[in-house]
Design a protein around this ligand. Structure first.
Ligand code: CTP
Length: 405
């Protein structure tokens, strides 16, 4: 039920701001409480008085207003909401959100909030299509920000294209869906999951290491999807340049041995998903000092030793084995055949097999295609078509929910 929930509405500058008055009205009809922050830009298009009248609440405008700090500081303002809605979201506020700026009340509240954020962008078509705006949107979405619109059509500036604020009805539908979804019981509530992600770095000496090209995108997306479905998720991640998934406990490690220790530490768990590209080997004797070229032309003889296999170890962990253990199989040929053998060898329940041949662009890329191997013969195999790694994470999450129900 959305009634009684609280929204912090941030109105930034844009001619479409007037449409947000309709959004406020309809949400108030449903007894949703709204506090609004009006930015300096927003004030140019709607008056504080009309926003206050419709929200039936004080409108917040100034970061340094002492009264506001005494009555309700910006931290409380951002924390007491069930949802922070930025509508219209101008190119400027999106850029500030993406880079973590906090120069006024709206951006400070957005940086300080630990609550879900929804944006409804509105701007000129060229501004929307600009690589800078698109990069900001990608950054925000990777952090879990929910986007509504923009839609395409005639723009207030006289041009035509993408950039129109989504219609009030669409914004309202998304807000209600979100708030209703929050009240509904989450399908993985009460389940504990541990996910590994990214590469491992195996030191050769204090400045060099053995690694691989894994980006961590798939593992991180899985951790986020499980968390969104209500699971209590620990993500054990090797070095990656991705933001931490929202709401997930992240343990950062470098080597395979550290990854194994962190995974064991996160047990008991109901679900374990090994998406990390663990280095199979490490140097047998890591040098304490940087290896030097001494001019003799003698090349260091790197001896390798095998790393622990995390997936196999937890699959065979006896009493502390998670009920559902899932691994990946990165293959470049005979994908399902090798993956089936890998499933048997490692002792896990499911293997998600993917083709990582260079021409597929899977390793390090944004897309993936999966064969789910869950049995000894092909009758139970499933194929998940090529799509974004986020999409694959959602399909996997839905499959896990079905397994437990
Ligand atoms: N894995 C692991 N620990 C390792 C090696 C792999 O947990 N030391 C896990 C990966 O996270 C993945 C699965 O095992 O879920 C399979 O990884 P993959 O690299 O495909 O297989 P390998 O066991 O390394 O076998 P090979 O490289 O010979 O295909």
């Amino acid at each position: 039920m959305a009634a009684g929930k609280n929204i912090l509405l941030i109105i930034s500058g844009g001619i479409a701001a007037y449409k947000v008055l309709e959004v406020i009205r309809r949400l108030r009809d449903r007894e949703i409480n709204i506090r609004a922050i009006l930015t300096k830009g927003g004030e140019q298009f709607v008056t504080p008085l009309s926003v206050a009248a419709l929200t039936e609440n004080k409108v917040y405008q100034d970061l340094f207003s002492l009264t506001d700090e005494a009555e309700m500081g910006h931290i409380r303002l951002s924390r007491e909401a069930d949802l922070v809605l930025v509508a219209p979201a101008s190119a400027d506020i999106l850029a500030k959100m993406a880079t973590g700026q906090a120069g006024d009340l709206a951006t400070t509240a957005l940086l300080a909030t630990n609550k879900p954020v929804m944006i409804a962008p509105a701007m000129n078509v060229e501004m929307w299509n600009h690589p800078a705006t698109q990069a900001n949107i990608a950054t925000l979405e990777s952090r879990g920000v929910i986007r509504v619109g923009p839609s395409a059509g005639d723009l207030a500036c006289g041009e035509t294209g993408s950039g129109r604020l989504a219609e009030p009805a669409e914004i309202i539908a998304n807000v209600l869906d979100f708030l209703d979804g929050q009240s509904a019981p989450k399908p993985l509530a009460g389940k504990k999951a541990v996910v590994t992600s990214g590469p491992t770095h195996e030191p050769i000496d204090p400045v060099r290491y053995i690694a691989n090209r894994s980006s961590g995108k798939q593992g991180h997306a899985i951790a986020q999807a499980l968390c969104n479905a209500g699971a209590d998720v620990t993500l054990v991640s090797g070095p990656v340049s991705l933001p931490d998934p929202a709401g997930v406990k992240v343990v950062r490690i470098e080597t395979a041995r550290e990854m194994l220790a962190a995974v064991k530490n996160a047990l008991p768990a109901d679900i374990a998903i090994c998406a990390a590209a663990v280095a199979d080997w490490r140097t047998a004797d890591e040098a304490g000092q940087k290896l030097k070229k001494d001019g003799s032309g003698v090349i260091p003889d790197l001896r390798l030793s095998e790393n622990p296999d995390i997936l196999a170890t937890i699959s065979k962990a006896g009493a502390s084995r998670p009920g559902l253990v899932i691994g990946f199989a990165a293959e470049t040929e005979k994908v399902t055949e090798h993956a089936r053998a890998k499933r048997a060898r490692k002792g896990c329940d499911w293997i998600l097999a993917n083709d990582v041949a260079p021409e597929t662009g899977t390793f390090g890329g944004d897309q993936n295609e999966i064969f789910l191997i869950s049995g000894d013969d092909a009758t139970t195999d499933e194929h998940w078509s090529r799509q974004s790694k986020t999409g694959i994470a959602e399909v996997l999450c839905a499959r896990i929910i079905r397994h437990f129900s």
